[in-house]
Design a protein around this ligand. Sequence first.
Ligand SMILES: Nc1ncnc2c1ncn2[C@@H]1O[C@H](COP(=O)(O)OP(=O)(O)OP(=O)(O)O)[C@@H](O)[C@H]1O
Length: 125
Amino acid sequence: MKRRSWGQVFLNALEGIAYGLRTQRNVRVHTGVAILMCAAGFFFHISRTDWMFVLTAVFMVLVTELMNTAVEAAVDLAQPDIHPLAKAAKDTAAGAVLLAAVFAVIIGCIVFLKPVLTWLRVLLG
Ligand SMILES: Nc1ncnc2c1ncn2[C@@H]1O[C@H](COP(=O)(O)OP(=O)(O)OP(=O)(O)O)[C@@H](O)[C@H]1O
């Protein structure tokens, strides 16, 4: 295979992200939640340390979602019929997304619960 330029490598990676967004509802939902978490970070002026945890959580979910999409595509190509190893591969990849999502929920609660409650208290008088 011909050696690709850095520009081509970057374009192929963007195509992969676009494929995930186009074909997977969960990737779109998690991207929406990631944007909301970042917007909340700006709104509540969270600390640098909190930003590090929030961004880690957000990127972990998006990265595992894309890896899950890649595993699904590769498994469907290699084994379109029912096979226990195909199930194991897809379920394990889905498990990685679940763990990342649980981590994100925990971080979201630790970082945002207090400022949201304070904001609501002020809002409701
Ligand atoms: N070839 C297969 N052999 C055995 N079990 C499979 C196979 N393909 C899928 N499965 C089982 O069905 C589940 C759903 O598979 P599917 O390919 O629909 O993925 P999905 O997680 O629903 O993704 P999507 O986001 O595309 O709906 C898998 O987690 C796995 O348990």
